[in-house]
Write a protein that binds this ligand. Sequence first.
Ligand SMILES: Nc1nc2c(ncn2[C@@H]2O[C@H](COP(=O)(O)OP(=O)(O)O)[C@@H](O)[C@H]2O)c(=O)[nH]1
Ligand SMILES: [Mg+2]
Length: 269
Amino acid sequence: MCTVCGCGGSHDHKHEQDHEHGESHVHFGKGEAGTSVPGMSQTRLIQIEADILGKNRSYAERNRSLLADKGVLALNLVSSPGSGKTTLLVETLKRLAGRLPAAVIEGDQQTSNDADRIRETGAPAIQINTGKGCHLDAHMVGHALEKLPLEENSVLFIENVGNLVCPAGFDLGEAVRAVILSVTEGEDKPLKYPDIFAGADLMILNKTDLLPHVDFCVGAAVANARRVNPRIQVLQVSARSGEGLDSWLSWLEGAMKMQAAAATGLAAE
Ligand SMILES: Nc1nc2c(ncn2[C@@H]2O[C@H](COP(=O)(O)OP(=O)(O)O)[C@@H](O)[C@H]2O)c(=O)[nH]1
Ligand SMILES: [Mg+2]
């Protein structure tokens, strides 16, 4: 029995007590830069990061204002590979058809497999291949936006490259960052990869159809996510069975309305 949340899982939530690191722990993220590169000082690392992120930020602001002008709600979907981002998008787009226009930017190192899957639903999609890059950046997204037919008052989903580390630092100009965590990944991921959960507005717990078969405690996953990000919203879905997708669609429509209301308020000022 799980002592934190009372579920039937056998996990013991060791991380709750496990913050004392002894001799068996080597930590390379304790400097000011939060990372380490052999031969490079912390100051130089901070300079390089500030330069890159500063440039990215200006591209992101450009994307954001272009999207806002068209009333487009942009979501940046981040997760590990295989959590079900593309499957969730395909099922979402099928249900949005005739209800809310949508378009997709797909990010992967190689192949256009995911954009092909999306186009089969009838929604427009552009694939970005990042090569050795492990995340999308705002400059790449800006180029994709030049090619993507975007309707006024529509939704834009941006499926980021699958990993829980690199996409965390890069604003794409989105209004909403959603992290997808599937129940096969373990409820400790928000603690292990805190940056991506700290920067997200929404956590979508996917593959809930598999809950009876895996040792995953929903309560602990939510508690872990809220430890790194107390304001994170949570939805539970199964892209396979469709459970929870109505709530997800309502959430999207609510976010569209909030964005439109904010734009009207700004215009009135
Ligand atoms: N059981 C189950 N499998 C799912 C679900 N969502 C996605 N999958 C499967 O997970 C695998 C990876 O899905 P995919 O959408 O490609 O993940 P992505 O890499 O995050 O885009 C595929 O085999 C999907 O069929 C779900 O809700 N339940
Ligand atoms: Mg995918």
